[in-house]
Design a protein around this ligand. Structure first.
Ligand code: T5A
Ligand code: NA
Length: 224
């Protein structure tokens, strides 16, 4: 006898440069999914509500200092502390939207200028990826692509530590590098022009989400 089971939810990451409109799109998407009868929830990273997240928040708002390696590991730990809850939510049939995930974690650290006191190549992409190995992999990564010019026009740009032109340009190049790797691998990345109106971007994001849901339906039920 077969037991009826709930198909798992999809794990959908929304990534992009600072001010690309990730949080705006996540909020719209959450409403659209739930009103379409697809149970969904939102998980933002960094999750500033936990003890680790509080430390990350004071670092980002420049009220505290940490060395580059320590803050990198804290960003990762902030994802690990949510791993069990992500997995049980997916298993219960609820789709999860991730407002940033491991990809932001990798590129924002790897984009940092090298300090003369660090050992050789301490912030290589390989080093940056290591602590996140074993976290659930998204079914699709929706990348909101915005020009530096458009990002700077948006409200709030420049408030936090990494919102500087030079840093953002490096982040942009590193994201391109990561996407290049992903293109050999099931086309995980879904790149969207985020320079349009909120509604235009939302329509494109929706297509990416439907693709993510389709992949889960056709998959073997296991989280990747
Ligand atoms: N980080 C993050 C790491 O270094 N390592 C990690 O592991 C992780 C997870 C904070 C920083 O942490 C770094 C990366 C970041 O530098 P955060 O908390 O996600 O990360 O940052 P936030 O400040 O919350 O978000 P962003 O700056 O990235 O902005 P969003 O979410 O991309 O943009 P959003 O939606 O808030 O919109 C920005 C403004 O633009 C308007 C909105 O109304 C808002 O005013 N807007 C639009 N305007 C015109 N047209 C559109 N289509 C628009 N869409 C939005
Ligand atoms: Na945001």
């Amino acid at each position: 006898m077969t037991t009826p089971h709930t198909p798992r939810g999809a794990l959908i990451a929304i990534e992009g440069l600072d001010r690309a409109g990730k949080s705006t799109q996540c909020d719209l998407l959450l409403k659209r999914l739930n009103s379409s009868g697809i149970p969904a929830t939102l998980q933002k990273f960094p999750d500033r509500t936990t003890a680790i997240g509080t430390t990350i928040n004071s670092y980002l708002t420049s009220t505290s200092h940490l060395d580059d390696q320590s803050i990198h590991l804290l960003f990762s730990a902030n994802r690990w502390e949510r791993r069990d809850s992500l997995l049980s939510t997916l298993t219960s049939g609820t789709t999860i939207l991730l407002d940033r995930y491991i990809y932001s974690g990798i590129v924002f650290t790897a984009a940092k200028p090298k300090s003369p006191v660090q050992p050789p190549n301490p912030l290589s992409i390989q080093w940056c990826k290591a602590p996140d190995i074993g976290l659930p992999r998204p079914d699709i990564i929706i990348f909101l692509n915005i020009t530096q010019e458009d990002a700077e026009k948006r409200a709030g740009f420049g408030d936090e530590r990494y919102e500087k032109k030079e840093m953002q340009e490096k982040v942009r190049r590193l994201f391109e590098e990561l996407r290049g790797e992903g293109s050999n691998d099931k086309g995980d990345w879904w790149v969207i022009d985020a320079g349009g109106t909120v509604e235009e971007v939302a329509e494109e994001v929706w297509k990416g989400v439907l693709e993510g849901l389709r992949r889960v339906k056709e998959g073997n039920g296991e989280v990747r």
